[in-house]
Every structure is written in structure tokens, then in C-alpha cells.
Design a protein around this ligand. Sequence first.
Ligand code: HEM
Length: 235
Amino acid sequence: MSSIAIQPLTRAVRFYEAPIGKKAVMAVTGIVLTGYVVAHLLGNLQIYSSNPEQINKYAAFLHNPANAAALWAARGVLLLCVILHITAACQLWLQNRAARPFRYYKKDDVPNAYAARTMICSGPIIAAFVIFHVLHLTSGAVVRLQEIGPNEPNVRANVILGFSHYPAISAFYILAMGLLCLHLYHGVWSMFQSVGASHPRYTPMLKRVAAIAAILILLGNISIPIAALAGWLTY
Ligand code: HEM
């Protein structure tokens, strides 16, 4: 292989080795994962549709064998984003620790230190939540899942029973959603900072937009276990 062909690869590796390269990977994968969280929430909110069959029709569409290639491609992209996001986060944390073995925070750094601590704590709990969640509502390893027919999960019944019969599971979901809200808020915020978009004029507005988006995602997500526990949803 000629040295001309190697150059772009070498440049990409060098870029990734610098903190800004890892932050860029975290930002891009974070955007993809946040997009999934929003799309998934919009799909789940169909549980409130006046047509009780709506959410099951949607699930049947996703599980239709004709859409299998697209579904597995999307799953592959998501998994790759999760792996890259976690790898870059761990490497950045180790790099920062090596560069600054003794912690010293100026007064102005306190919110940033708090945000960094929140990210390090919330990240692994969210990862654990996603693994539990897939075992719970996709594979049926936690509670037995109901099906309407082949490739037709009874998502409505699975969600309502999965939450209303198991308050401890609902509590774990609500806790994880709270941490996800903080993670999204700080993640969006540090992304703006990484790309140098913090500006005294726009910073308060950007922070408010990030907070409102994270809170809306939190309310939408926790409304489902709460509504199931309260008996407001029937199947
Ligand atoms: C209360 C909130 C949530 C509810 C009710 C819910 C519901 C569901 C259901 C019913 C499924 C299975 C769908 C199917 O088999 O067609 C599912 C799958 C999944 N959910 Fe959630 N979800 C919630 C929150 C989340 C969050 C916050 C995340 C990510 C952080 C997430 C990530 C996933 C993933 C990765 C899958 C597997 C998708 C696949 O099989 O391709 N969910 N969810």
C-alpha cells in the first residue's frame, strides 16, 4: 500500500488520539443515541392512542420479516454507537486523570466537576438499564412475554403487565430515566462546549433548551410506568 493511501487513516488515528477526537466521537454517537431515545419514546407514546391496538400494530410492523434487514442494520448501528461512545468516554476519563493526577477545582469549575461526576456515575447505570430493559421487554428473560402471533409481540400487554405487576421494576425504570435525563442534559451541554459553542449571550439559552428537552424526555418516559402502576392503562 502506498504512503499516500495510508495518510488519511494515519490522520484519523492521530485526530482520535487527541482529546478533541474522542470528544467528537462522543458527540456524533451521542447525537445518534439521543435520536434513538426520542424516536423510541415517540413509538412508546402510542400506548396512549385511542386505538388500543395501535402500539401492537407498530411493533408488528417493526418485527415484520420484510423489514428484518433494516431492523438489524439499525440495531448494528446503535450497538456500534454504544461501543464507541463508552470506549471514547473511558479513554477520555483515563487521559484526563493521567494529565491531572491531583484534583484541584477552581470555584468556577465546581459545576463542571459535578457534571463530570454525574456522567461517570449515570453512564454505567444507564448501560445496565439498557441490558436489563432488553432482557425485560425484548427477550422475555425477566418475565414471560405475550405474543399475538409469530413476529407479533403483544407490546401493550407486556408493558402494562411488566410495570403494574412489578413495582420494583417500575422504580428501577424511573430511577434510570432520571439519570438518563441528567446524562442527556450534561451530554448536550458538554458537546456545545467541546465544539466551542459556549458564548455569554447564547449559553443560558442553550442550557435552557437542553434542560427542557431532557425534562420532556424524562416526563414522556416515566409517564408510562406511572400510568401502568396507577391503573390508567388497560390491555
Ligand atoms: C418507560 C420507558 C420505556 C418503555 C415503555 C420501553 C419499551 C420498550 C419495548 C416494549 C421494547 C420491545 C419492543 C419490541 O419488541 O418491539 C423496547 C425495546 C428496546 N428499548 Fe425501550 N422502552 C423504554 C425506554 C427505553 C430507553 C430510555 C432506552 C434507551 C436508553 C430504551 C432502549 C431500548 C432498546 C435498545 C430496545 C431493543 C430494541 C430492539 O430490539 O431492536 N428503551 N422498549
